[in-house]
Design a protein around this ligand. Structure first.
Ligand SMILES: NC(=O)c1ccc[n+]([C@@H]2O[C@H](COP(=O)([O-])OP(=O)(O)OC[C@H]3O[C@@H](n4cnc5c(N)ncnc54)[C@H](O)[C@@H]3O)[C@@H](O)[C@H]2O)c1
Ligand SMILES: [Zn+2]
Length: 355
């Protein structure tokens, strides 16, 4: 068992990493059980794989447990689905003491966290991530959110879970493109925070069949918990974790979330952001090339015919695009990043052309 802590005074919480830990949840959660309602929020496929087993075990241990399933993909992150889930919870008799268990990937985690943060003005919730991306990134840090037709995550809160339980054995059933998506975020941690880790990952991805997921997950959890402990509300250092996301989000919007997964889009976005860093003379051409080659080792879907102007219009919808100017996460080194203000549109366009 590995344990990391997000240190936030009275909102501090542990991240546990252990294979098969989900089977121990009835014991681990028992201190929170005082005959209130529990709701597992998940998706149909995940319920079939692990959720019904978990619900059964919880019920056997005197948890008054229900489940709600969300649709797959970004459609789950909508006001409609949010509202439907809230109404189901009311039908189940949930109240202010009820507790949510988010069992799934980033989609389930983001919606469940938003539900927990708003239901009856806020109830407790736990994250049980089942995708690589959610294990290394989205389940930690309390960012919750749903989308509107105008863009991603435009509605949301920062609301921390009571604990995160990471069971690497969930990865056994995860489709390959979802694994690649998670690897995109894993590489990100190396590029913006830890050169040594970047070098490790660079070697590991040369042979994906032997990728040491356990070690990689542990390092990412440690790095992310440290960042959140320093900057929960995303007013400073936490922003470096958005590296590659400005162009990444635009690519997600352009290609649709089915064609390009979040971490895959971020992988492309990181190539562009590294190129911008190189053009601004913040990193050398060698450093840029090393990042480029590393990301290119991932089996990413090919991007056909990029219309640079179109991508730019998507970038302009970004939350970070204010008054015609955009703040961008750039690199100072491999393993160190900072915000650069007022990046020129021309440079952004050049960086998209190379993809
Ligand atoms: N809150 C944050 O800090 C944060 C950070 C990064 C990304 N995100 C969000 O996360 C979302 C993406 O999350 P994701 O990449 O985990 O995708 P996802 O949640 O859509 O999951 C991908 C697919 O895998 C399936 N699945 C999940 N676990 C499985 C398992 N163990 N075996 C088989 N199938 C499984 C899911 O049902 C789904 O169809 C995006 O909406 C993104 O905006 C949030
Ligand atoms: Zn991300």
């Amino acid at each position: 068992l590995k344990k990391y802590t997000v240190n936030l005074k009275n909102r501090s919480y542990p991240i546990y990493v252990k294979p098969d830990i989900y089977k121990e949840l009835p014991q681990l959660l028992s201190e929170y059980n005082s005959s209130q309602r529990w709701v597992i929020i998940s998706q149909h496929k995940i319920m079939e794989l692990f959720g019904y087993k978990l619900e059964k075990k919880l019920k056997e241990n005197n948890f008054d447990c229900f489940n709600i399933t969300l649709p797959n993909g970004e459609t789950a992150k909508s006001i409609k689905e949010y509202n439907r889930a809230i109404e189901q919870m009311i039908d189940f008799g949930c109240d202010r003491k009820s507790i949510v268990i988010a069992l799934g990937g980033g989609v389930v985690g983001d919606v469940s966290g938003f539900i927990a943060s708003t239901f009856m003005r806020g109830i407790k919730y736990f994250q049980v991530p089942t995708t690589l991306l959610s294990m290394v990134d989205s389940s930690i840090g309390g960012k919750t959110g749903i989308n509107t037709s105008k863009g991603k995550n435009l509605i949301g809160t920062i609301y921390q879970p009571k604990a995160v339980f990471i069971d690497q054995n969930f990865l056994k059933t995860l489709p390959k493109d979802e694994v690649v998506s998670g690897l995109g975020e894993i590489i990100k941690y190396g590029i913006v925070l830890d050169f040594k880790f970047f070098n490790k990952v660079r070697n590991w991805i040369k042979d994906l069949s032997n990728f040491p997921f356990e070690e990689a997950i542990e390092i990412c959890c440690k790095l992310k918990s440290e960042i959140i402990s320093k900057d929960e509300m995303d007013n400073g250092i936490r922003a470096v974790l958005n590296f590659g996301h400005t162009i990444g989000h635009a690519l997600e919007l352009k290609y649709g979330f089915n064609k390009l997964k979040h971490g895959e889009a971020v992988a492309y976005g990181m190539i562009s952001a590294s190129y911008i860093s190189f053009r601004l003379k913040k990193i050398s051409h060698e450093q840029y090339k090393l990042i480029f080659k590393t990301i290119r080792l991932l089996p990413l879907p090919t991007l056909d015919k990029l219309d640079v102007n179109e991508i730019l219009t998507f970038i302009k919808r970004d939350k970070k695009y204010i008054k015609g100017k955009i703040n961008f996460v750039t690199l100072k080194n491999i393993g160190s990043a900072a915000i650069t203000k007022n990046i020129q549109n021309k440079l952004i366009m050049d960086s998209i052309k190379i993809l």
